[in-house]
Ligand binder design. Structure first.
Ligand code: ZN
Length: 325
């Protein structure tokens, strides 16, 4: 990575659209929050007791350029405040989540050019010398939606993002599920919708769920976003039908108390209601003892910033781990 100059800090301040001194209120040490996505990085800071604020969006380009700009933003905040206590990074996958691995914090083999083996944790640790919390973007969103760390935390919740790709993060017994690596809920094979003969676009599986119902798949087959297609267009029903199969599969395997559907595609009007309706038809009343399947399907309560709020929780957890050790 290139060494940051004063110019980078000025650039970050322009992004913040504030003079450096006003960029961050001096309220104590800050938490740095990063949601590292395949199309954009969101960066934010939070003082004690604050929600993430001063959010900047950095288009994901090369690792050098993208991470360099993110670090420039945080250096600007640092110059105006009291420095950082910790960072939380919620990243697109696949990533290495095993803290005992020398590659902990790395993005693993990805089709995204230049990003394989980039170690986000090592880069931020080297730059700021503070504890770093790290998880997938969807696990981070799941812990944010579950309210981990709050007295009212939901112990069992699944967060699904339907955007460029489809991914899912799970909290069970109050902690994110990692397993041997981390779940890849977008790559299940739903049955084919009777009107659907599209080959699918997943480079690994063709017509897995992500290959059929992600934002990229919608764009590839209908030439528009779901929101841009008229409500009567078959795309709305086909996509909802596939996503309802994911909800049914998640409920059958993990029995969460809540399944949250977020991501850009979910902003299409009426989509969550269509998913609920198909989910109840698919479940055949089998889950009704604990309430209909549709009753646990929700849009994110944390809005569009679930990943950043999750990153903030990851940072706090990293601080606690360090103070325990
Ligand atoms: Zn796939």
């Amino acid at each position: 990575l290139r060494i940051l100059s004063v110019g980078d800090i000025d650039e970050a301040c322009r992004v913040l659209n504030k003079p450096a001194r006003e960029a961050v209120a001096v309220t104590g040490r800050l938490i740095g929050c990063v949601e590292a996505g395949g199309t954009k990085f969101l960066c934010a800071v939070a003082g004690p007791g604050e929600a993430p604020r001063d959010v900047v969006r950095i288009a994901t380009a090369t690792p050098q350029e993208t991470i360099g700009r993110a670090i420039g933003y945080f250096r600007a905040a640092e110059a105006a405040g009291e420095g950082f206590e910790a960072f939380g990074i919620a990243s697109f996958g696949p990533v290495e989540l095993d803290p005992h691995s020398p590659h902990w914090g790395s993005i693993l083999k990805t089709p995204k050019p230049g990003w394989s083996d980039v170690n986000l944790v090592a880069t931020f640790a080297e730059m700021f010398s503070v504890p770093i919390g790290f998880d997938t973007d969807v696990n981070a969103a799941a812990i944010a939606e579950a309210g981990c760390g709050e007295p009212t935390c939901l112990d069992d919740l699944v967060y699904v993002t339907v955007g460029t790709g489809i991914g899912g993060g799970a909290v069970t017994n109050g902690a994110p599920v990692h397993g041997a690596r981390h779940p890849e809920m977008g790559h299940i094979f739903p049955p084919r919708h009777r009107l659907d003969h599209f080959a699918g676009i997943c480079p690994f599986h063709g017509d897995c769920l992500e290959g059929l119902a992600s934002g990229s798949a919608i764009q590839a087959r209908w030439g528009a976003t779901l929101s841009a297609l008229p409500p009567g267009h078959e795309a709305h029903d086909i996509v909802a039908w596939y996503l309802a199969h994911l909800a049914m599969t998640i409920a059958a395997i993990l029995a969460p108390r809540r399944i949250v559907f977020g991501g850009g595609v979910m902003q299409a009007t009426g989509l969550v209601d269509r998913i609920r309706s198909y989910a109840d038809r698919l479940s055949g009343g089998y889950f009704d003892g604990a309430g209909a399947l549709s009753s646990i399907i929700h849009l994110p309560r944390t809005g569009l910033h679930a990943g950043l709020i999750g990153a903030q929780i990851l940072a706090r957890q990293a601080c606690k781990r360090v103070s325990r050790d």
